[in-house]
Design a protein around this ligand. Structure first.
Ligand code: XLS
Ligand code: NI
Ligand code: NI
Length: 442
């Protein structure tokens, strides 16, 4: 497909220049073509750009309007602008070497006056996106539906007290699944934007949770009926915009899915900043999901320790990412998931180059974390330490505990007899923290 114009003139395709390179518009650690264990780094890391932040975000906040003005955002017909915007996005993908994108339905095409008109807009834009995907090789990591911005969803979508709103949301997700399938989406995400409550004075919590489950069952059934093979993902978040959201964290998500018989259809899309809002580390959420083989994908970003909301910043904290990456690699990777930069520029970062610096920083930090985590796992020092720490469960009565052969009586007998008092053993946290630093800083 002929490219009519370039929106990022003056910015080259970002090349790998190696650690210590002085060019700010180059990768220091992300070398997309480097082969590691038979796969390129690009294939290992499956980086994705969040369309909503990078191509719909304007830098607006509750205290003021947007600050970021992009050249492709001009024109009277919103569907034509939507197509130009897509062209700019795909040019960006090629220059930043990110093989995937992710979107909400309402990011890519303007909402119409009626659902039918919204769907027509989507059809026009999706046809264009399909051509651009084909021309560039960029693929869809996941699609989702925006069930939180329109005022109709002010009291939730599938958890709205009004069945009419539930029906509207169902119709919207039906279409979102169809377009995700049309574009070869490898996953489909459910983030419960307003699926929660502000006050129990007006809320029937049990009915709302039942409705959310009914909605997800309908989505599973519809996906099956159209032959959509992508992985369904729940993206937990404890709060914001509602005070209390039902998909609070991975653990409550697992309990919810099991309660309603949905567990075999879903994995988790874990977002760093959502983990910290829930009072967890990023790595904790990954481990909880991985422990149940439910690790699906990552929304790669970071919060600010001093702020209590989802600041969606690009993550350059190599220590945090290395810890997360060891857990991800130990779990066998993300499968059809990827690292989706659900992150946005700060309000004064108004230059097109800032979009590049932001993603270069994020990609380099993840790539470095990937390399460090591989080294940590290959050396096995932490693995051996942890294995030794639990070794008493490998044999004898410890083994009997794990295999269900021990009980209170048998254990009491042992303690009253030959076992007696346990010998305390050091957890060696400071030693391990120092060891971690030798990987990070030598
Ligand atoms: C918001 C979420 C959202 C989801 C997609 O906090 O991160 O962007 O990723 O709906
Ligand atoms: Ni997200
Ligand atoms: Ni978020």
């Amino acid at each position: 497909m002929a490219k009519s114009r370039s929106y990022f003139t003056g910015i080259p395709t970002i090349a790998y220049a190696g650690p210590g390179a002085s060019n700010a518009l180059a990768f220091r650690h992300y070398n997309p073509d480097e082969i590691i264990e038979g796969k390129t780094m690009s294939e290992h890391l499956r980086f994705s750009i969040a369309y909503w932040h990078s191509f719909r975000g304007t830098g607006s906040d509750p205290f003021g309007p947007g600050t970021i003005v992009r050249p492709w955002e001009s024109g009277k017909d919103p569907v034509s602008v939507a197509k130009l915007r897509l062209e700019a996005a795909f040019e960006f993908h090629q220059k930043i070497r990110a093989p995937f994108w992710a979107f909400h339905d309402r990011d890519i095409a303007p909402e119409g006056r009626t659902l039918a008109q919204s769907n027509q807009h989507l059809d026009a834009v999706v046809a264009h996106a399909k051509q651009l995907q084909k021309a560039t090789g960029v693929k869809l990591l996941w699609g989702t539906a925006n069930l939180f911005s329109n005022p109709r969803y002010m009291c939730g979508a599938s958890t709205n007290p009004d069945a009419h709103v539930f029906a509207y949301a169902a119709a919207q997700v039906k279409k979102a699944l169809e377009i995700t399938q049309e574009l070869g989406g490898e996953n489909y995400v459910f983030w419960g934007g307003r699926e929660g409550y502000e006050t129990l004075l007006n809320t029937n919590l049990k009915r709302e949770q039942d409705h959310l489950a009914a909605f997800l069952h309908m989505a599973v059934d519809y996906a099956k009926s159209i032959g959509f093979k992508g992985q369904f993902l729940i993206e937990p978040k404890p709060k914001e915009p509602t005070k209390h959201q039902y998909d609070f964290d991975v653990a409550s998500g697992i309990a919810f899915l099991r309660t309603y018989g949905l567990e075999k259809y879903f994995k988790f899309n874990i977002e760093t900043n959502h983990a910290t809002l829930a009072g967890h580390t990023f790595q904790h959420e990954i481990e909880v999901a991985a422990s149940q083989q439910m690790l699906g994908s990552i929304d790669a970003n970071s919060g600010d320790l001093l702020l209590g909301w989802d600041t969606d910043q690009f993550n350059t904290d190599v220590k945090e990412l290395t810890l997360a990456m060891t857990s991800i690699l130990r779990a066998g990777g993300l499968g059809t998931g990827g690292f989706n930069f659900d992150a946005k520029l700060r309000r004064p970062s108004i230059d097109p180059a800032d979009l590049f610096h932001a993603h270069i920083g994020g990609m380099d930090a993840y790539a470095l974390a990937f390399k460090l985590a591989r080294k940590i796992l290959a050396d096995g020092q932490f693995e051996r330490f942890v294995a030794d720490r639990y070794a008493s469960f490998d044999t004898g009565f410890g083994r009997d505990i794990e295999t269900g052969k021990a009980n209170f009586k048998s254990l009491e007998k042992l303690v009253l007899g030959k076992l007696g008092e346990p010998t305390p053993k050091s957890g060696k946290q400071e030693y391990l923290e120092n060891l971690l630093n030798t990987y990070l800083h030598g």
